[in-house]
Ligand binder design. Structure first.
Ligand code: NAP
Length: 298
């Protein structure tokens, strides 16, 4: 239980609703910022405006998955209010307060550092990233179906990267009957790709590997699908770039060549917000309970 904990949930999309529901079930007291257009009311949660929030009593702040943008603005799907998180606000938090987000950026890193408060990026955790890869891949399948006129079964797919998302992409498309090639740079990854029953290629050989593919799914957050690579792809190739913004694809060149290339951020929140929210809520409850226990013991 989270009885006695005061938590501010600031902004976010439908994933946050699941988090709010689970935290109120655990008896946490919530202040909801950026939810005034939400019809639903949660027992134990009060809708407030950011300038009304008493930061000095908060044990934790929960931000949406992207955290803030580079000017401090927090995405608020359920509000027209502009919510900006500042260093001064964080300085008002009690020293033990923790800020939770999915990922971070230069702005959020800087204000938490200057305010000397702890920032936890949930997506840095392997468990969250692996669970989250499931709705990500379901969303990828949806996009592939929407943007092709051929079946996934029998198509040739190049997956770039064998991280937490890449493994799930490769395995799922293989199970759907695609001929899956996976590009990586580490010899242990190339060995694992072979063990999984896919065709491995070293990323140094990417230009040769993409010569007769139908679909390219990138998971590498680095410019990897360059103009030189795109120039070798067949004209009908569909590129789905899953890597975090700005992706790893030269979208300008793809457009020039007439190759469809789509950056597909935030798929879990689009295709399965309830599941994606439950994944985050489960880990948050674990971390908040640990925080509460540690504070009681110290
Ligand atoms: P990850 O586990 O860190 O995997 C990243 C992969 O990229 C690894 O195979 C890594 O290989 C490779 N890589 C990184 N930098 C590279 C470089 N410079 N050259 C070659 N390979 C490089 O990350 P993840 O959890 O799979 O997530 C992958 C991306 O998808 C991230 O950008 C994440 O934010 C994004 N994502 C998007 C969605 C969505 O809805 N679109 C959902 C979840 C995650 P090494 O081990 O060799 O470094």
């Amino acid at each position: 239980m989270l009885t006695g904990m005061q938590i501010a949930v600031i902004g976010g999309d439908a994933r946050q609703l699941e988090i709010i529901r689970k935290l109120t079930e655990r008896d946490a007291k919530l202040s909801l910022i950026g939810f005034e257009q939400l019809d639903h009311a949660f027992t134990g949660a009060t809708k407030e405006k950011i300038d009304e929030l008493d930061f000095s009593v908060q044990d934790a702040l929960i931000l949406p998955v992207p955290g803030t943008n580079l000017t401090g603005q927090v995405e608020t799907i359920f509000s027209s209010e502009k919510v900006i998180l500042t260093e001064d606000m964080l300085k008002k938090l009690p020293p033990h307060a923790v800020i939770y987000s999915g990922i971070s950026n230069k702005y959020l890193d800087e204000i938490t550092k200057k305010a000397n408060r702890r920032l936890v990026q949930l997506f840095e955790r392997d468990d969250v990233a692996i669970y989250n890869s499931i709705p990500t891949v379901e969303g990828t399948i949806m996009m592939v179906i929407q943007h092709t006129d051929f079946t996934i079964h029998g198509s040739k797919i190049a997956v770039l990267g064998l991280g937490r998302v890449g493994v799930t992409v490769a395995r799922t498309f293989h199970a759907l009957g695609a001929k899956v090639m996976v590009g990586a740079r580490k010899s242990e990854h190339l060995a694992r790709i072979t063990e999984m029953g896919h065709t491995p290629f070293h990323l140094n050989d990417i230009e040769t590997a993409v010569k007769d593919i139908d679909i390219c799914i990138n998971t590498i957050p680095h410019p990897i699908v360059t103009a030189a690579v795109i120039s070798k792809m067949p004209a009908h190739t569909l590129i789905i770039d899953l890597a975090s913004k700005p992706g790893g694809t030269d979208f300008r060149y793809a457009e020039k060549r007439g190759i469809k290339a789509l950056l597909a951020p935030g798929l879990p929140g689009i295709v399965a917000p309830k599941t994606a929210g439950q994944i985050l809520a489960k880990v948050l409850i674990k971390l908040l309970s640990e925080d509460m226990r540690n504070r009681k013991e110290s």
